[in-house]
Design a protein around this ligand. Structure first.
Ligand code: SAH
Length: 210
């Protein structure tokens, strides 16, 4: 996976490559799809949600450029795989997941892999960020938002980086928002497809199905 899907396709951050070579992805997928754990695709994890394709996890993590020992706010923890990759890079992660059953499973996995001290998972609407512990130097969002939520931009510290898929319900662009003082610079890093962000700054459930 690291050689064929990541390194050969432009992932150059050795810390990302090392972390993804370390974290056992098969522990983050349902037992029935374990033989596809390292396949070049997203996989269902229950509740209509997915674990992102390995390349997308690597690309987002590289774009986030997390600092070892730094804190990361992760929104949409899902399986916990992205959180584990960040922990393997030496980060402390606060993960926000709105579905309690996914959060609990992710917590158990991360605990059993020895990341208990580095990853905390809370059940809440992550589209609101976590203002009590702001500013955040790194924020990563694994669900698609209609626009960059003001709450997240506001909680980004000086020099901070926010990585988030933004766009329509079925296709988005991966955006990087960087804060320099009061100014925000936003750059587009290409097309992507994510499950929708729900909640106050996401997509309403009733209008668009599941
Ligand atoms: N990073 C995950 C990907 C999970 S998919 C992984 O590696 O497995 C996106 C997740 O975002 C889903 O679990 C979904 O329940 C969650 N989500 C959607 N809207 C949310 C919100 N407003 N707050 C927190 N989590 C949300």
């Amino acid at each position: 996976m690291v050689r064929v899907q990541l390194r050969a396709r432009g992932i150059v951050d050795e810390r990302v490559l090392a972390a993804m070579g370390t974290v056992p992805r098969e522990r983050f997928v349902p037992a029935a799809s374990r033989d596809l754990a390292y396949a070049d695709q997203a996989l269902p994890i229950g509740d209509g949600q997915t674990i992102s394709q390995p390349w997308m996890v690597a690309f987002m993590t590289q774009l986030l450029d997390p600092l070892a020992g730094g804190r990361v706010l992760e929104i949409g923890t899902g399986s916990g795989y992205q959180a584990a990759v960040l922990a393997a890079m030496g980060c402390d992660v606060l993960g926000i997941e709105r579905l309690a059953d996914l959060a609990e499973t992710a917590r158990d996995r991360l605990d059993s892999l020895g990341y208990r001290n580095q990853v905390e998972i809370r059940v809440a609407d992550g589209g609101l960020g976590w203002p009590d512990e702001a500013p955040w130097s790194r924020i990563i969002v694994a669900a698609a938002a209609p626009a960059v939520p003001d709450a997240l931009a506001a909680q980004l510290g000086d020099g901070g980086r926010l990585v988030i898929p933004v766009g329509g319900r079925w296709e988005q662009d991966l955006m990087l928002v960087e804060r320099r003082g009061a100014a925000l610079a936003t750059t587009n890093h290409g097309p992507c497809v994510f499950v929708p962000l729900r909640g106050a700054n996401g997509w309403p459930e009733a209008r668009i199905g599941h």
